[in-house]
Design a protein around this ligand. Structure first.
Ligand SMILES: Cc1cc2nc3c(=O)[nH]c(=O)nc-3n(C[C@H](O)[C@H](O)[C@H](O)COP(=O)(O)OP(=O)(O)OC[C@H]3O[C@@H](n4cnc5c(N)ncnc54)[C@H](O)[C@@H]3O)c2cc1C
Length: 423
């Protein structure tokens, strides 16, 4: 006896997109999402910046996943299905010599294909008030800050309203008949033999096994097939049954600063004949996201070695004052007196090996995770791929009829380039 044909564990953006495509393409199946929070989209999806980059990835796979998904989002807006508040303000990736040397090949390609253009260091200081050279700055030398040699500006990137995207996928799910069950924390996945013999301690090691369902509030909810889309929590469900999802939670923090005085001027400044200030990504992991509507900036710094893996959602004011602000005010002196009025933390579901998402199947269960800091902007494609993998299709059809061999982002025959732009 089954309760559902397909159960999706996790109602983040990847779970929502997966559930939607499963039900949309297989309307006769009963599909439910199980979400531990009071509503969908309240996990790491809600903590995201909502930045999107049209093709600006070093991995070709990430390029395709993001480009097709962003185009799908644009169409949601154009058809009036949803107002995602997509603002094409552009991404400005600031290059030190070291960063440039790692990505020179793709940068050349971005420029050749018209996806991005290079901006000189003189323009960077004229247009955005950036400090690009620390020649006479002893403090900067002590901090080992890298000079900026150029900027890679990608105009077709921007920011969208993540809550609205969640709402849009939630609406899609309910309109096709996906059941959304909230405040349902899956305690564990239930393994059973395919052909139970009724003997103690089944499944035995020699029996063929399947995931029969999930433990929920002391009971088993049964399903034919499952998708685990529990983001950075995926390993908590998969480790106990010996399945590796290759993803770990890595804490990231955001600090919101009001754009007053000099920062107001910076936020309101226009460049290149009227463009808004873009998102800016600095060599040392620092990034600055202008929030034009809210008259503020969101600032973050991605720390790597030294930052433990694990779930931790406490934002640390000290992290801002000791780590973020010293770098921030060097590169953008207008932030000299900036103090955050709000801060929060989230976790990347981090695939440290190659920085691309993972969608793979074991037994009758698909795992869709590994957003690695850019899962929202790839969610439409990942949802379609999860559906294809669940039904053993070789190809998924992404937005715009793009045929995608799903084994590319699986585990066994994985064929992806390393992503160097985990921003
Ligand atoms: C600070 C920060 C900034 C980011 N900025 C961007 C950005 O600019 N652009 C971008 O594209 N991406 C960004 N990301 C990444 C993006 O947020 C993620 O890649 C994406 O949200 C992942 O979606 P998900 O569905 O896999 O995970 P989640 O949104 O975390 O969803 C997983 C869901 O599973 C639920 N769950 C977990 N365990 C269980 C269980 N046992 N039972 C039931 N439910 C369970 C959780 O409650 C959660 O709702 C950012 C992330 C962070 C933390």
């Amino acid at each position: 006896m089954k309760d559902y044909d397909v159960l999706v564990v996790g109602g983040g953006i990847l779970g929502l997109a997966s559930a939607y495509y499963v039900k949309h393409l297989n309307p006769k199946l009963s599909v439910a999402i199980l979400e531990k929070e009071a509503d969908v989209g309240q996990g790491n999806t809600a903590r995201s910046v909502g930045g999107y980059r049209q093709g600006i990835f070093t991995s070709r796979v990430n390029q395709v996943l993001a480009e097709t998904s962003i185009q799908a989002f644009r169409e949601m807006e154009e058809t009036g299905e949803a107002r995602l508040n997509m603002k094409e303000i552009g991404y400005l990736i600031l290059m030190s010599r070291l960063r440039f040397s790692k990505v020179a090949g793709v940068v050349e390609e971005f420029i050749k294909t018209g996806k991005a253009l290079l901006i000189s260091r003189e323009q960077l200081s004229d247009c955005f008030g950036l400090k690009t050279s620390f020649e006479d700055d002893e403090e900067a030398a002590l901090m080992e800050l890298e000079d900026i040699s150029s900027g890679l500006f990608a105009p077709r990137c921007g920011v969208l309203d993540v809550d609205k995207l969640v709402e849009a996928f939630k609406k899609r799910c309910t309109s096709v008949g996906v059941e959304i069950l909230t405040r349902k924390r899956v305690e564990r996945l239930v393994l059973e033999p395919e052909k139970p013999l009724g003997i103690p301690s089944e499944p035995r090691a020699w029996q063929k096994t399947r995931v029969a369902g999930v433990y929920l509030e002391g009971e088993v909810l049964r399903a034919d097939k499952l998708i685990v889309a529990a983001g950075s929590w995926s390993a908590e469900l998969l480790d106990p049954i010996g399945v590796d999802c290759f993803v770990k939670p890595k804490k990231r923090q955001l600090f919101a600063v009001i754009a007053s005085n000099e920062l107001k001027n910076l936020l309101e400044s226009r460049w290149d004949g009227g463009r808004l200030l873009p998102m800016m990504f600095f060599p040392n992991g620092l990034y600055v996201a202008p929030r034009h509507d809210e008259k503020s900036f969101w600032v973050s710094l991605t720390d790597d070695v030294g930052r433990a893996f694990g779930h931790d959602y406490e934002a640390e004011p000290r992290f801002y004052y000791e780590n973020v602000h010293p770098v921030l005010k060097k590169y953008i002196p207008a932030f000299a007196d900036a103090r955050p009025y709000n801060m929060w933390a989230g976790c990347y579901s981090m695939n440290n090996l190659d920085g691309n998402p993972l969608v793979f199947k074991f037994l009758n269960c698909v795992v869709a995770t590994g957003g690695s800091g850019s899962g929202v902007m790839k969610s439409d494609a990942v949802g379609r791929i999860a559906e294809a993998v669940l039904f053993d299709k070789q190809y998924a059809v992404l937005h715009g009829d793009v045929k995608f061999d799903v084994s590319i982002i699986g585990v066994e025959n994985r064929r992806v380039d390393k992503e160097y732009f985990i921003l």
